[in-house]
Design a protein around this ligand. Sequence first.
Ligand code: NAP
Length: 286
Amino acid sequence: MKRFALLGEPLGHSVSPALHKAIYRQLELDDASYRTVELPNERLKSFFTGFRVGGFDGVNVTIPHKASVISLLDEVDSKAKLINAVNCVNRVGNKLTGYNTDLLGFAYSLRQNSVAIEGEEFAIIGAGGSAQAVGVALAEGDAKQVSIVNRSEERAQALKDVIALSGENTKIEIIQEEDLEKRAGKLKCLINTTPVGMSPATRECPLTTKTTDAIFDQDLVVFDLIYNPLQTTLLKRAEKKGSMAINGLQMLVAQAVYSVEIWMGGNIVTHVDVNALARDVEKAIK
Ligand code: NAP
């Protein structure tokens, strides 16, 4: 039996066990299990001692441990190192290697929605762990420009530095929300990476109506990494103005499938029905 788990705290709301079980069902893997392990920081080290000697075959890592697990690993993939966030750990023998599949999941979702990156302009709202994965994916795809809007200047600067290391063809600027209006008509895609609007505070929106009214139109794509609810207030406003609206569900499913690829080997992402998996997760959310 292959044993996998999600580490984090708190995990009460997690849809990951339902998602992974749906992936294993599609792949007809009868001998794989996936469970949540709610773990405070002080128990992380002892968990990894047991994991290393065979407690689990692989784990996913979520808030608040994505950065702190790095010091407990033998190797970290270069992109995960750059982002300073590991969300997937693979064990081969007693050796533990860390990866970041959020980045792959985000790029997958853009591709599936035919949103090109190369030569296009993007805006990222937020500058945390997921913003770093998004920023690196955009720079690697040779985006023309990335504008960062974030509450704290310090994290915006850290995100700018990480994006700058990922692609020399991408211009990066830190702006205020009001400055987004100047980018109207030039922006290809706006991406919310903050938790603002997530359940239960679903009426909240990371941008004011003044901004969304000024920049949302049929030429803009609005991508919200949130998947609960499936349609955030931001995405409702986007659809009302004719913008293409993408929620975080497909990215969530894809990052999970990429984790399974890392654990099991082989090219799994092209062999599973991601949309069917997304429907399974939708049922778990509702
Ligand atoms: P994080 O590292 O904590 O970063 C959150 C960012 O949001 C920070 O930059 C923070 O600003 C900003 N922020 C938080 N609350 C805010 C508020 N009230 N007003 C303005 N800005 C605020 O979190 P994360 O790991 O990046 O996750 C962010 C969201 O992405 C979550 O909703 C998560 O569920 C979602 N996510 C989805 C997927 C997927 O597969 N769909 C994957 C990863 C994450 P400061 O820098 O000023 O603190």
